[in-house]
Design a protein. Structure first.
Ligand code: SAH
Length: 227
């Protein structure tokens, strides 16, 4: 099977590139890394931050490199106070928190003729849960809210949490979900918590990004062994 493994930042795919021998292909102002792993062809890339960049990379991985499933690995801010830095979280569903067409009577995050919440693939979730059980790792799950903003503010954090009943905030998941859903590609979005998205979240982010990014990436590699 051809599997896309996408991150947003270099830190999020570095642990994979250190473990795997890859062939580099430059395309669309980005680099795509090709390799084989456990009978699968793997395409790895980091998209650069945000919904637009991640949509572009996901589309390229599917349309040009013919990925059949997509796994996203990265870090995120926790909205739910039960989630701690380093915890692993996957999305059951995802929404764009910065979409505002409320002037037309639509709820936040809603775009006509588009999905409001995107749902991750149930089979990939099952594989992730089985992988976690084997490794004795606890996986948390729930709703991811994505937007083109680094959230480091208590009011904004609480608004997103309440408005979307979201557990985690980041900047790429929902856009990747939108691409995959539109192109009928099963997807799974995994995040390790790097910060709590409140005041001065950028300090925790800087301190924990590498550690959390590695945790997520290594898990995705283990997951591939079970696909
Ligand atoms: N250090 C980078 C910016 C990182 S933005 C720079 O200087 O350019 C944060 C990245 O981690 C995004 O890819 C996002 O998906 C995720 N993330 C982690 N914590 C987040 C938070 N509190 N709010 C939004 N995104 C967060």
């Amino acid at each position: 099977m051809k599997i896309a493994v996408l991150g947003a930042m270099p830190e999020e795919i570095k642990p994979l590139l250190e473990k795997l021998q890859t062939k580099k292909i430059k395309y669309a102002n980005n680099t795509f890394y090709l390799t084989n792993y456990k009978n699968h062809e793997i395409i790895i890339a980091y998209s650069k931050i945000g919904k637009v960049n991640s949509s572009l990379s996901a589309t390229i991985m599917i349309e040009k490199f013919k990925a059949e499933i997509l796994l996203f690995t990265g870090v995120a801010g926790a909205l739910d106070e039960n989630l701690k830095i380093g915890d692993m979280f996957y999305a059951k569903s995802l929404v764009q928190h910065d979409v505002d067409l409320t002037a037309f009577g639509h709820p936040f995050g809603y775009i006509s003729e588009s999905e409001h919440f995107y749902f991750a693939d149930k089979n990939l979730i099952k594989i992730a849960e089985n992988t976690a059980k084997k490794l004795d790792i606890k996986l948390h799950s729930g709703i991811i809210a994505s937007g083109d903003q680094f959230i480091s503010d208590e009011d904004k954090k609480n608004w997103i949490k309440k408005e979307f009943n979201a557990d985690v905030v980041e900047m790429e998941g929902a856009s990747v979900a939108c691409v995959c859903s539109s192109l009928n590609i099963p997807f799974f979005i995994l995040r390790a918590i790097s910060d709590e998205a409140g005041k001065k979240a950028e300090f925790d982010f800087e301190k924990f990004v590498i550690e959390s990014a590695e945790k997520s990436a290594i898990f995705v590699l283990k997951m591939i062994e079970n696909i």
